[in-house]
Design a protein around this ligand. Structure first.
Ligand SMILES: NC(=O)c1ccc[n+]([C@@H]2O[C@H](COP(=O)([O-])OP(=O)(O)OC[C@H]3O[C@@H](n4cnc5c(N)ncnc54)[C@H](O)[C@@H]3O)[C@@H](O)[C@H]2O)c1
Length: 272
């Protein structure tokens, strides 16, 4: 415990259950001295698991559908009231593709589902930022992080429309990061995370095999949710105060590795 977030106020989206990346971020943020509000879509809260996290981290819960501007406006207004001041950090940890859920191949994407995926997983980020900026709800030097995946840069067939959606998410971080940085010194970054065993991750066709493949490529192995949370904490802290508009890979070196010895051996290719 380093008190990296002592005195900071935050909003953490997307904690569905103990496997969620956002769940780990909330636990770590609490350990590092932050106070925060937890939020998720009302429908996702029916299971009630988030209550245990709220109790553990002394957080209050403000439900919000991330596609709904009124909900998000209420989220920022209420969070400032609850926490007693402007917000210092926000985690966007929201992703959902109906095309993936229904196992529809990319080239046959249903466009209503595609638009839904864009709204939930990328436009929601723009909406959150626009509302925060309009309300002047984030302190100078504040930090906003959204979670992404490398399919934004390279093709992974199983990731279907989410690849395009993550590319949009990363672009919003750059575009909004420019304006918000210029006006209020608010920082906006995306963290491109390893395959992680969560509800969203495991919903992807062939996830288990791909998880093992990525683990065999990355020199450090796959980064888990807890280490992703640690990285997010550094980005919320003042130690990274000049980092903005970046897509930051958090993947054990996967994105920089062409092929690994382990994978060559698995393919039965012997050194000559
Ligand atoms: N799991 C992985 O392999 C992986 C890898 C890279 C990036 N990510 C990203 O990490 C983020 C978090 O996902 P996770 O893996 O922790 O899975 P998760 O299923 O635990 O979290 C996804 C969250 O999105 C929330 N959500 C969905 N629709 C919403 C809406 N309309 N309004 C508000 N919230 C909504 C869900 O309720 C859930 O809490 C996502 O952006 C995901 O794409 C995940």
């Amino acid at each position: 415990m380093y008190n990296l977030l002592k005195g900071k106020r935050g909003i953490i989206t997307g904690a569905l259950d103990q496997n969620s990346i956002a769940w780990k971020v909330a636990e770590k943020a609490h350990e590092e001295g932050a106070t925060f509000v937890l939020t998720n879509a009302p429908v996702a809260m029916r299971m009630g698991e988030i209550n245990a996290l709220a109790e553990k981290t002394n957080a209050q819960i403000v439900p919000a559908d991330a596609t709904n501007v009124d909900d998000l406006t209420n989220l920022f207004i209420q969070s400032q009231e609850i926490l007693g001041g402007k917000i210092d950090f926000v985690l966007h940890s929201i992703g959902m593709s109906v095309n993936i859920r229904k196992k529809i191949p990319y080239t046959e994407s249903n466009y209503d589902y595609f638009l839904k995926g864009i709204d939930v997983s990328a436009l929601s980020f723009h909406k959150m930022l626009a509302i925060a900026k309009k309300l002047d709800a984030i302190n100078e030097g504040g930090s906003v992080v959204a979670l992404s995946y490398m399919a934004a840069q390279r093709t992974y067939p199983f990731y279907t429309d989410m690849a395009d959606i993550k590319a949009m998410l990363e672009s919003i971080a750059r575009s909004f990061g420019y304006y918000y940085g210029l006006e209020k010194k608010v920082r906006i970054n995306t963290v491109s995370q390893s395959p992680t065993k969560t509800t969203a991750g495991s919903g992807i066709k062939g996830f288990g095999d791909f998880y093992d493949y990525a683990d065999a490529i990355a020199p450090l192995g796959n980064a888990d949710a807890a280490s992703c949370a640690d990285y997010c904490i550094t980005l919320f802290s003042d130690l990274t105060r000049m980092v903005t508009m970046q897509n930051l890979f958090h993947d054990g070196g996967y994105s920089s590795t062409g092929v690994s010895d382990v994978v060559m051996q698995k393919m039965g290719i012997e050194e000559k």
